[in-house]
Design a protein around this ligand. Structure first.
Ligand SMILES: Cc1cc2nc3c(=O)[nH]c(=O)nc-3n(C[C@H](O)[C@H](O)[C@H](O)COP(=O)(O)OP(=O)(O)OC[C@H]3O[C@@H](n4cnc5c(N)ncnc54)[C@H](O)[C@@H]3O)c2cc1C
Length: 480
């Protein structure tokens, strides 16, 4: 039996030292100390919590699954503030309803991508806009613009037709395309800055099957030629991802050695449903027999994205992902590769292993903070974006190497941003520069006006958001 003195002792200890919760992202380099981890049981409890915290001006960071490469989920560390500071997870909000008449699904903010996709499949529905993995919380993924590949496929957020969101005073705002469509454009990608999204409604479709074709290509150090060929393939294939070129770290020469081959996959809708075999080879995470030519068929989510059981490696890695009009693709890809190689002599930390350049395309949209927003595109551009991702993967988890690679990764945007109208992924090494952000996101002032209404006391912001979005009214958010 537990002594009655023990609970009392715990209460006393708690009162003296306070409770604390240390937050880490998936690879442990984003971390902060909060006062507590709050997991309300439903929307009403979340609203009550916010109402209680508003008079105190508590710092509140809502998180999904922490699968980011940047500081979006960094809470205000409790060593920096007198006010309470909390991490909030809406994991318990797990309601779901399917409307097959208008082909939408409404669900609570607690749903992870993996579980939601499984549920949709069981109900004869598909969601066609996933990234390469499904490890994220659905709201966490869509609110940063997570995407897959396809010149006529938008990012996950483009499928949001409605949502419920709580402001910092616990007031509920209900948004949908019909009643407040313009405002919804601000909330689809809102980075946790506009409040706690408690529920989402997304567009879905009847079960969709895809044929996936994977080809192996020869790499060449004539990058111009190689990327011209890929640009041509992007004109031929609506949905295509290129994994490569791959480079391996050569410890003797302290440089990257180009692997002789790399691979790409494209997807086409099919009515062939007999065999469903794309999950037999999980190449999204570099697992399996990737450099192999094959054709597979599957339900779209299994054809385009990798379930957790397909993730076989999880070494630290630094990553950038940049979006720019696809018309610039071949030239940009060549110059990104050459620029990376010019950084190599400075990569003197140990344990570099592999560098993979990944290429995708994405349909533009009119979400205020979407990295593929089309607001500033000149009329001769198609509104389709090319996407370049570079992953610097380590053979051993070492923070010095990770930080060095991240620092070098930050140099790409200042170098190429203006030339190619580049917008970085919000959750992947995005260097703060509010002047630049405003230029690439012309609807930022409208977004910030809504931010002020939703969060008058700057409780939802952190250093990243203040500096990245230029929320000047919140620059003293720690002390005000
Ligand atoms: C291994 C790996 C693979 C990836 N693959 C891809 C890919 O293929 N394509 C791609 O585009 N990206 C990809 N990403 C990036 C990833 O999709 C994003 O970083 C995504 O935002 C992470 O989702 P999360 O649930 O972990 O959210 P978190 O990182 O926890 O949070 C992200 C943001 O969402 C906000 N948020 C969370 N919940 C709520 C809520 N209820 N209300 C309001 N705001 C909320 C947070 O405040 C934060 O600003 C990948 C990342 C990793 C680590």
């Amino acid at each position: 039996m537990v002594s009655p003195k023990l609970p009392l002792l715990l209460v006393l200890l708690h009162a003296v030292f306070g409770s604390a919760y240390r937050w880490y992202n998936w690879q442990f380099e984003v971390t902060c100390q909060s006062d507590a981890y709050i997991v309300p049981e439903d929307e009403a409890a979340t609203a009550k919590f916010l109402k209680e915290q508003y008079p105190r001006g508590s710092h509140i960071k809502v998180v999904g699954n922490g699968h980011g490469f940047g500081n979006l989920t960094t809470c205000v560390d409790n060593s920096l503030t007198e006010k309470p500071t909390y991490i909030v997870s809406l994991d318990n909000l797990k309601h779901l309803s399917i409307n097959k008449e208008d082909m939408t699904v409404t669900f609570g903010a607690g749903w992870d991508v993996y579980d939601l996709i499984k549920e949709l499949k069981a109900n004869g529905l598909s969601f066609d806009h996933l990234g390469v993995e499904r490890v994220q919380n659905f709201v966490g993924a869509s609110t940063t613009g997570t995407h897959g590949s396809g010149s006529s496929t938008g990012n996950m957020a483009s499928q949001i037709v409605g949502l419920r969101v709580l402001d910092s005073q616990g007031n509920l705002r209900v948004l949908d395309e019909k009643h407040n469509g313009e405002e919804l454009k601000a909330f689809r990608i809102s980075l946790g800055a506009l409040g706690l999204i408690t529920e989402m409604t997304i567009r879905v479709q009847p079960t969709l099957h895809m044929k996936k074709t994977t080809k192996v290509l020869n790499a060449t150090s004539d990058y111009s030629k190689m990327y011209q060929e890929l640009a041509q393939l992007y004109r031929e294939h609506d949905r295509m991802t290129v994994w490569g070129p791959h480079f391996d770290w050569d410890a003797d020469t302290q440089s990257w050695a180009l692997e002789p081959t790399y691979f790409l996959s494209w997807w086409e809708p099919t009515d062939y449903t007999d065999v469903q075999n794309c999950t037999l080879n999980y190449c999204a995470n570099g697992c399996g027999d990737c450099k192999k030519e094959y054709i597979c068929y599957d339900e779209v989510t299994d054809a385009i994205s990798c379930p957790p059981q397909g993730v076989c490696t999880r070494e630290f890695y630094a990553e950038i992902e940049h979006f720019f009009p696809i018309e610039y693709y071949a030239e940009a890809a060549a110059n990104y590769t050459i620029f990376q190689q010019s950084q190599t002599p400075r990569m003197d930390a140990p344990y570099n292993h592999q560098m993979v350049i990944q290429h995708r395309s994405l349909k533009g949209d009119d979400t205020y903070l979407s990295p593929v927003n089309t607001y500033n595109l000149s009329p001769e551009l198609s509104g389709v974006f090319g996407v370049i991702e570079i992953d610097w993967i380590q053979e051993y988890n070492n923070f010095t190497t990770l930080w060095q690679n991240q620092e070098l990764a930050m140099e790409f945007l200042p170098h190429f941003g203006e030339i190619y109208n580049v917008r970085p992924h919000w959750n992947k090494m995005s260097p703060p520069n509010p002047t630049y952000t405003l230029e690439k996101f012309p609807k930022l002032p409208e977004f910030l006006a809504i931010q002020e209404r939703q969060d008058p006391k700057c409780q939802f912001v952190n250093d990243f958001l203040v500096r990245q979005l230029g929320i000047t009214r919140c620059q003293d958010f720690l002390s005000s």
